[in-house]
Design a protein around this ligand. Structure first.
Ligand code: ATP
Length: 451
């Protein structure tokens, strides 16, 4: 950006800040805290980009002052503009990576989030395999594990890993073309291409990618898109280009996706991500705090509290941390201690989903019936009594909660989906052949209030 333009932007921003300060609703002490170091970075297509130094400024300005900025900036510019508040490092990284971006960007708009890297990803028991497989896709593209299929429940880091691959390639092999695309955007893109009669051109662009990173493939429902995707997929694999796909379920359980695609997805490597156990959840919190670069003290037992309470979904874990920081800015305690945290979350129900609640109920009813503990039915034990109890619990989860096998697997000691599928099939057979299991099932269902 030329210095002339920078100067103009500075003048526009100074005028805007003066107008904001004149607003009677703005408290001058707060004003300098939140606006110090802010800049009008750029104005593109009626979108003003304002940069701030810290996450906390970004959050407060976005929540409390964005409309006011928009109003005053529009007055200064004498035309209506929208505005976006970004961290300085967010735009810097965009500009630093400009060259690499230009190359990979030839395809489509770059949507790789610079914050989702391998460095910012915490590895634990729940995601070790997926992390290793993602790295291997970076080191040996198209050689092994093609496609790499990462599956697991929502909010557990699949997208993060996909972006981490993209960021790794952009940094280490900027000459490689990376295409990250969300499945629904892919469908829209192809529909647009059909309308504009440039399908061939779009196909050619996609097929020129060295890495195709497709997020949430379960959303690729549209059949014409599947046909086109099938052709491109085959070409990319033939050319040894790396494909990485994420989904909320194992490929064999995808619904509404053609069998020939499913069978191709299963031909590479499928790895799951599960919920983090306590230590990993705590390490994730620590990593997120590090990334915030703020000086608010948070006591260790608060992290224990959050890690115990919100670990089933990392997105919720992160949301809880953000809420805590946000409230601490509003209420200004000396440190964030357990009392403060409990007060903040007292209105929130425990973040166990209905599914988990029901899974827990099923586990409890089965354990009560067989006189076992929850740890025993989740264990790897093959003792007949324990294995039968596990089969029946798996069967009930499938029958009454309609849960995918992979998801049930995560609830029963992180077993893979094929083990759970055979457990389910075993129970179906036992129920057909043996009366004792029919009776056990009836009683457990009665206990659960299912008639
Ligand atoms: N192991 C981890 N280390 C650090 N951050 C993590 C980890 N796992 C998840 N996260 C964070 O949790 C949030 C949700 O993760 P992400 O978007 O990757 O989930 P997802 O599995 O793709 O969910 P969905 O299926 O809903 O798209 C992100 O902010 C991500 O950075």
């Amino acid at each position: 950006m030329s210095s002339f333009i920078t100067m103009q932007l500075q003048q526009i921003w100074d005028k805007t800040l003066d107008l904001i300060k004149e607003n009677s609703k703005v408290d001058t002490a707060n004003f300098s805290v939140w606006f110090d170091g802010s800049q009008l970075f750029d104005i593109r297509d009626d979108l003003a980009i304002i940069t701030v130094p810290y996450k906390v400024n970004k959050q407060i300005i976005s929540d409390l002052y964005k409309d006011l900025i928009k109003e005053k900036l529009s007055i200064v510019l004498e035309h209506e503009v929208e505005c976006q508040i970004l961290l300085k490092k967010e735009v810097d990284s965009e500009y630093i990576n400009k060259d690499a971006l230009r190359r990979s960007n030839i395809l489509f708009e770059d949507k790789i989030n610079p914050e989702y890297t391998f460095d910012s990803f915490v590895v634990g028991k729940n995601n070790r395999e997926a992390h290793a497989a993602a790295l291997s896709a970076c080191y040996y593209p198209g050689k092994f594990n093609n496609p790499l299929f990462i599956f697991g429940n929502s909010g557990l880091g699949k997208t993060h890993l996909l972006h981490a691959i993209g960021n790794y390639i952009k940094e280490n092999r900027p000459e490689d073309k990376v295409l990250y695309i969300y499945s629904e955007d892919f469908v829209t893109l192809l529909i647009e291409a059909m309308k504009n009669k440039n399908v061939e051109e779009v196909k050619e662009k996609i097929c020129s990618a060295d890495y195709l990173l497709i997020d949430d493939i379960q959303r690729l429902k549209q059949s014409t898109s599947q046909e086109l995707f099938f052709n491109m997929y085959n070409k990319l694999i033939r050319d040894n280009k790396q494909i990485v796909i994420t989904s909320d379920i194992h490929p064999t359980e995808l619904k509404g996706i053609e069998n020939r695609l499913i069978s191709r997805f299963s031909s590479g490597l499928s790895v799951s991500v599960g919920s983090p156990e306590f230590e990993t959840a705590k390490a994730i919190l620590q990593k997120k705090i590090e990334g915030r670069n703020e000086e608010i003290l948070i006591e260790d037992e608060v992290l224990d509290y959050l890690a115990t309470r919100f670990a089933s979904d990392v997105r919720k874990l992160e949301g809880a941390l953000n809420e805590l920081f946000f409230k601490s800015i509003l209420y200004n305690p000396d440190t964030i201690d357990l009392k403060f945290a409990k007060e903040i979350f007292k209105e929130n129900p425990m973040t166990v989903t209905n599914d988990e609640l029901s899974v827990n109920k099923i586990k409890k009813a089965v354990c009560d019936f067989y006189g076992l503990t929850k740890t025993q039915i989740e264990s790897k034990s093959r003792t007949k009594n324990i294995a039968n109890a596990r089969h029946i619990a798996v069967y009930l989860c499938r029958k009454h909660l309609d849960m995918p096998f992979a998801k049930i697997g995560l609830e029963f000691g992180n077993r893979d989906h094929s083990t759970i599928m055979s457990s389910y099939e075993k129970m179906v057979k036992l129920l057909k052949d043996k009366e004792q299991f029919q009776q056990a099932l009836q009683q457990i269902e009665k206990q659960l209030g299912i008639q």
